[in-house]
Design a protein around this ligand. Structure first.
Ligand code: FE2
Ligand code: FE2
Ligand code: FE2
Length: 184
C-alpha cells in the first residue's frame, strides 16, 4: 500500500527523516548520560530512542514500496553537550512535534483521506506528548544534580506509547496487550 497524495507523502518522508534522526540522537545522548553518571536518564533516552524507531518504521511502511531519492530537511538539535542541555534539546524537539508538526501532518492526512498515514501520525503525536513530559521530569532531576527516579521504561512496539515502571494491561493509544511491550 502507498499514499495517493503528494502532500501526505511529503509529510511522511519528512516525519520518517525526523524520527530516524531522533532515534540516533537519543542513543548518542543516552551514552553521554551514562558517562555523566545518570544511568536512569540514559535508560530513558534509550527507551525513547526505540519509540522513535517504532514511529520511523510506521511512517516508512505507510510510504509504501517507493523507490525515490528524498532530501530530509528535519529540524533537529545537533552535537553532544551536557545531559541537561541535551534534555532541553529533546524537550524542544518533542514539543515541536506535539504543537506544530504532527497536528498539521495528521490533519492533512485526514483531509486527504489517507488512513495509514493518519494512523501513523496519530500514534506518533500521542507518544511524543509523553516524551516531552518524561524528559521534563528528567531535566528537573538533573538540574538538581540528581538522576531521574525510575525502575524501568516500557514502550509499545506498535505505537511507541511510553510509560515508567511497568506496562498497562492494554496500550491506551493502540490497544496492544501488555506482554508485547518492550521493557528497558
Ligand atoms: Fe517519534
Ligand atoms: Fe518522541
Ligand atoms: Fe500502543
Amino acid at each position: 500500500m502507498s499514499v495517493k497524495n503528494a502532500m501526505t507523502s511529503e509529510f511522511l518522508h519528512s516525519a520518517y527523516g525526523g524520527e530516524s534522526m531522533a532515534h540516533m540522537r537519543y542513543l548518542i545522548w543516552g551514552d553521554l548520560a551514562e558517562k555523566e553518571g545518570f544511568p536512569n536518564v540514559a535508560k530513558l533516552f534509550r527507551a525513547i530512542s526505540y519509540a522513535e524507531q517504532v514511529h520511523a518504521t510506521n511512517h516508512f511502511r505507510a510510504i509504501g514500496g517507493e523507490t525515490a531519492a528524498a532530501t530530509v530537511a528535519a529540524g533537529g538539535i545537533f552535537g553532544p553537550n551536557k545531559t541537561a542541555d541535551n534534555l532541553r534539546g529533546a524537550i524542544m524537539g518533542e514539543l515541536h512535534e506535539v504543537e506544530q508538526m504532527y497536528p498539521v501532518y495528521l490533519h492533512t492526512a485526514e483531509f486527504q483521506n489517507e488512513p495509514e498515514a493518519k494512523r501513523s501520525f496519530h500514534f506518533a503525536l500521542e507518544a511524543e506528548k509523553q516524551h516531552a513530559s518524561l524528559y521534563q521530569q528528567a531535566l528537573d532531576a538533573v538540574t538538581e544534580g540528581k538522576d531521574i527516579a525510575l525502575d524501568s521504561v516500557y514502550i509499545c512496539p506498535i505505537c511507541g506509547h511510553t510509560v515508567l515502571n511497568g506496562a498497562p494491561d492494554r496500550c491506551p493509544i493502540c490497544g496492544t496487550v501488555k506482554e508485547q511491550y518492550h521493557g528497558f
